[in-house]
Ligand binder design. Structure first.
Ligand code: G6P
Length: 616
């Protein structure tokens, strides 16, 4: 949600900041702005709309500056206007600030500052921070000049309730930048005679691979040559520099039209990366290096609670089916946003697992912290090395799917599902799953990337189907058992990028309400494999046809479908049931993608959405 990039160094900010900001646009994209310091004055430019509008509006001198901060916004407080876009400038014109997060007590702070004659130009909570810094700067007269900037930021932060990732520059300290975080990610990019700050590592890799992940309640003072970290309560912190293994090209489009398209087609590679080195030598199970829980302890677990949001929550639903089936451990799946406030009673041997692509979703992070606070073992499956969730839990499984930029999650989802399948296998083999069954599953998983490649070959057929159905305004997605979460995911994909009203249901539930929607105007996407539910699924399809509903059937190749039962067929290769949900995901992703394209939607930046939701 929102993106921050800041720079202080010996080079011109030039494309460094703007390129960084463009790489963050998927985080929020309703307005953007940039501040620099020139001739001891803060200058700023803001624009409503995309970063390219800001880029076009920037005066040439901006790009030659050597200190600057910029921001791309996803509005929380206040409309989408230039005055509400960041950076915000203190009313004494001394400081500029960019902020991610939400300040809960901003109204009290604002009232207090107004009583001291500070003025406010925006409706945002962020402006209260920058004026509070200015207020403390005035009060910090006794602090040595070299410390006054840092200390006034520190003092201001002590009064904030809520979450923040901030970067601040001051006209009186043109070669310095101060940044701090609480609940909103910030990463330092360590270069040669230059330092950057960003809310996402993506915005740094075009300048440096060396990064430091800030922890909550840390504040950092940066110059071109140096940086020092301390806690907001003044305890100094040793920086740990890590190397990012992402390639710059991972975050570039290459020959693809959209990141979503690129990421759909990257799935064979993403899946291969996720399973690499994670199968046992005897070929009967999986293992994970970073779980930090011994097998003996894991075999005592008698309940698993998965927590997640959005697409990751759908991956959890598949985990529920797979773990219960192959490992016979009871599983519950919770929306993180509900779990964190529900005060759910957990048993002694419960394990809590968070799934999150970004590792920064605030509800998932907070739910995880709540589980930890209660003393439960926590794990995570996530795609962002060093992310807040990865650092908060006791152990976990990295997805290694590469950066996902498209707002609609695709390769991250299938990689999460694959890792859940591998976890089900691992937990199953610690219990009653036989050697032979384990070997069969390993074989199926190893063959998965090839089968995904094969499924992707249906893209032309799927595009044709998409053309035919792109004008509908409603759509149902139906499936049973393992196909039910894919139905939910298909509906989510379609609604988020094409704005078609879509709902996913377990197919048998259709009769309890959704069937009322079925007519010539509401097609259904029906997902089925040739498993034990096949005949029942056929009965459900006939119920749709009897009501003049069109049926697009996504079926495994071994299904024998009565000709009059469906209007359009998309086939996926037949496979072991443990990998079938992944293969079925490919057509639903492509269908949504091509429908959105047909409707002229901005696929990578759907309206009102953001890639990573770091506010409640
Ligand atoms: C947002 C994104 C979704 C994502 C969800 C959870 O809503 O638009 O694509 O599934 O957040 O994100 P996470 O990073 O925790 O997986």
């Amino acid at each position: 949600m929102c993106g921050i990039v800041g720079y202080v160094g010996s080079k011109e900010i030039g494309t460094r900041l703007i390129e960084g900001l463009k790489r963050l646009e998927y985080r929020g994209y309703d307005s953007s702005g940039l501040s620099i310091i020139e001739n001891k004055q803060i200058q700023h430019t803001k624009r409503v709309g995309r970063v390219k509008a800001l880029d076009a509006a920037l005066p040439k001198n901006y790009l030659k500056a050597r200190t600057g901060i910029c921001h791309t916004r996803w509005a929380t407080h206040g409309d989408v206007t230039e005055k509400n876009a960041h950076p915000h400038i203190s009313s004494d014109q001394r400081f500029a600030l960019v902020h991610n997060g939400v300040i809960e007590n901003y109204l009290q702070i604002k009232q207090f500052l107004e009583s001291k004659n500070y003025t406010f130009a925006s409706d945002t909570d962020s402006e209260a921070i920058v004026n509070l810094i200015a207020y403390h700067f005035e009060k910090e007269l006794e602090a040595p000049d070299s410390n006054r900037f840092l200390e006034s930021v520190r003092k201001a932060l002590l009064h904030l309730e809520g979450t923040f990732g901030i970067a601040v520059i001051s006209k009186d300290y043109p070669d310095e930048m101060i940044c701090a975080r609480r609940g909103s990610p910030l990463i330092i990019g360590v270069g040669k005679n230059e330092h950057l700050i960003a809310s996402d590592v993506n915005a740094l890799t075009h300048c440096t691979q060396n990064v430091v992940y800030l922890n909550d309640n840390e504040i950092v003072h940066l110059t071109a040559e140096d940086f020092s970290i301390s806690t907001i309560s003044k305890v100094s912190v040793n920086a740990v520099i890590q190397t990012v293994d992402w390639d710059t090209s991972d975050a570039e489009l290459g020959d693809f039209q959209h990141f979503m398209e690129k990421e759909i087609f990257e799935q064979p590679a993403a899946l291969k990366n996720g399973m690499r080195g994670r199968f046992s030598d005897d070929g009967s199970t999986a293992f994970f290096g970073g779980l930090n829980i011994q097998p003996q302890e894991l075999s005592q677990i008698d309940r698993i609670i998965f927590i997640a949001c959005g697409t990751a929550w759908h991956a959890c639903l598949i985990a529920e089916y797979l773990i219960e089936r192959f490992a016979r451990i009871p599983v519950e799946v919770e929306y993180a946003s509900e779990f964190r406030y529900r005060n759910a009673p957990l048993d002694k041997n419960s394990l809590v697992i968070a799934i999150s692509q970004s590792g920064e979703t605030i509800d998932s992070l907070s739910a995880l912290k709540e589980a930890k606070r209660k003393g439960y073992k926590t794990l995570s499956i996530n795609n962002s090395v060093g992310s807040s969730i990865a650092r908060e839990c006791d152990g976990g499984i990295y997805q290694h799917a590469g950066p996902e930029i498209g707002v609609a999650s695709t390769k991250a989802f299938t990689s999460q599902v694959m890792l859940c399948a591998m976890l089900a296998l691992y937990l199953g083999r610690l219990r009653n799953l036989s050697y032979t069954d384990g070997c069969n599953i390993v074989k199926a998983l190893k063959g998965l990337p090839k089968l995904v490649e094969k499924t992707l070959e249906s893209k032309d057929i799927i595009q044709k189907v998409a053309k035919k159905y792109a004008h509908y305004e409603d759509c149902l997605f139906l499936g049973r058992q393992l196909m039910f979460p894919i139905a939910l995911e298909g509906a989510l994909k379609l609604k988020e990028i094409s704005y078609i009203h879509a709902e996913g249901y377990p197919a048998a539930e259709m009769k309890h309400g959704p069937i009322a929607l079925i007519s010539e105007k509401c097609p259904s996407v029906f997902l089925t494999t040739n498993g034990e539910m096949f005949q029942k699924s056929m009965a459900n399809i006939k119920e749709i046809k009897a009501r003049k509903g069109k049926v697009i059937c996504i079926a495994s190749q071994d299904c024998e479908l009565p000709e009059d039962a469906i209007d359009d067929l998309i086939q996926v290769p037949e496979a072991h049931e443990i990998i079938q949900p992944i293969l079925m995901s490919i057509p639903v992703q492509l269908l949504s993608y091509y429908i959105a394209l047909e409707r002229g939607c901005d696929v990578d930046k759907p309206r009102n959405l953001a890639k990573s939701v770091t506010v409640e």
